[in-house]
Ligand binder design. Structure first.
Ligand SMILES: Nc1ncnc2c1ncn2[C@@H]1O[C@H](COP(=O)(O)OP(=O)(O)OP(=O)(O)O)[C@@H](O)[C@H]1O
Ligand SMILES: [Mg+2]
Length: 239
């Protein structure tokens, strides 16, 4: 397979494959916070996120939510459909945490009913500012049809995953999704892993996501692995 590096993000690297419609996505151990201001390598994280993402994407696919995942390629890489990404992030929240608390002055842990939806522009230099439908249309980042579909899929993901996590004794607090076009069709891309969502233990409210890295709580990958195992993700055995 001839592979050319196409793009290196903060946590993943995308390579071309022999199939022009598909990319190899390598999940690296690099972990970043605060728009890339703090970066550390966390052993096993790439592998855990690759298996975690594969499990979630397959689950979403079975539930009728189209996404870019094709198959797992190795312990740290997967084959994905090559998308033309929409430069906005979609965030769904079930419980208040993080930037929502800072912006609106609400307490962390407040249940959000109905769940909320926010768009953020993907731009680290500008610290991913919040945007809305009007700005997305004016700056031509996506069409009204794309906007409607992103919202629909983002909440459909919530219906599937909230239940799945709760059955494992976990609260899916919030999550970030990215979408793109594949031959004209809008589908879910990027990744779903504890790097891009918040997960708390339902009983103890123990933090089991990237907030452990942001807040320097330690045992980051151990927490990701705990979530994976509780959800039934089959991880390779540690030697
Ligand atoms: N199927 C896909 N096809 C094309 N690009 C994709 C696909 N899935 C994800 N991407 C893009 O690849 C990059 C993934 O790398 P990573 O998550 O490490 O980047 P990031 O640092 O979070 O984001 P960015 O560099 O875009 O700010 C992101 O820019 C993401 O939008
Ligand atoms: Mg990313």
């Amino acid at each position: 397979m001839t592979q050319t590096l196409l793009y290196t993000g903060k946590a993943k690297s995308l390579y071309t494959t022999d199939n022009p419609d598909q990319l190899l996505c390598i999940f690296r151990n690099d972990t970043s916070a605060f728009d890339g201001q703090r970066i550390e390598k966390l052993e096993r994280k790439g592998m855990v996120n690759n298996f975690f993402n594969a499990f979630i994407m397959e689950t979403l696919n079975k539930a009728g939510i189209p996404n870019h995942f094709v198959k797992r390629h190795s312990e740290e890489a997967s084959i994905v459909k090559k998308l033309t990404m929409i430069p906005v992030e979609c965030v769904v929240r079930n419980v208040a945490a993080g930037s929502l608390c800072r912006r609106l002055g609400v307490s962390a842990g407040l249940e959000l009913n109905p769940p909320t939806f926010e768009f953020f522009l993907k731009n680290d230099e500008l610290h991913d500012p919040m945007v809305n439908d009007s700005l997305i249309l004016t700056f031509n980042w996506a069409s009204q049809k794309d906007i409607d579909q992103m919202k629909k899929y983002a909440f459909a993901v919530n219906d599937v995953l909230k239940k799945l996590f709760l059955e494992a004794g976990l609260i899916l607090v919030d999550y970030k999704l990215e979408f793109g076009h594949y031959h004209g069709e809008l589908i879910l891309g990027d990744e779903f892993s504890p790097d891009g969502c918040r997960i708390w233990d339902a009983e103890t409210k123990k933090v089991l996501d990237k907030d452990r890295f942001r807040k320097e709580m330690g045992d980051v990958v151990e927490a990701y692995e705990e979530v994976a195992i509780r959800l039934g993700v089959k991880l390779p055995q540690v030697a």
